[in-house]
Design a protein around this ligand. Structure first.
Ligand SMILES: [Zn+2]
Length: 165
């Protein structure tokens, strides 16, 4: 049975169309997003997890963004490690990558990122999140949150001090 974008994503998909929101969302920490080619109908779902490592000797912290790709039909578990991206949106495989740079899933994300690096989007690639916060993974509950892919606290516009007034 052919799996199409429509029948796999029966739950929720929300498009982001602003390049700055998309860049922030991808690097938010726990993002899950789908790229869809309008022309071919092909789509891929990626997960980007931020991890910080501290060098014990130097005390220098290094941030890594690990990318994995959804394979198969179970939205929760079937992610395969693809590689890393850096904050300037360069995608690289590492020795543990299970996906080759010749795979369409790698090429699709790599291609998309060449546009992000220029603060641009490609006309024929749609970007979707799944209604969960890209930073903490909680379900987004307000239209404002859904429109940017982040909850109020994670987006930094909800000031707890102001709320108490
Ligand atoms: Zn959040």
């Amino acid at each position: 049975m052919a799996i199409t974008f429509e029948n796999l994503h029966t739950e929720e998909k929300h498009q982001l169309t602003d390049v700055n929101y998309i860049k922030r969302f991808i690097l938010a920490g726990k993002s899950i997003f789908t790229l869809e080619s309008i022309r071919t109908g092909k789509w891929f779902t990626y997960k980007v997890n931020k991890k910080e490592f501290k060098n014990r000797e130097t005390g220098v912290e290094k941030i890594f963004y690990f990318v994995s790709i959804l394979r198969g039909t179970s939205n929760d578990s079937d992610y395969t490690y693809l590689g890393t991206i850096n904050p300037k949106f360069h995608l690289n495989t590492t020795k543990n990558s299970k996906i080759s740079i010749d795979a369409i899933s790698f090429k699709a994300l790599n291609f998309f990122m060449t546009f992000l690096r220029k603060d641009e989007l490609h006309d024929e690639i749609n970007f979707y999140h799944e209604g969960i916060c890209g930073r903490c993974g909680r379900r987004l509950t307000t239209p404002m949150s859904v429109s940017i892919g982040l909850g109020p606290i994670c987006a930094g516009y909800d000031n707890p001090k102001e709320k108490k007034k």
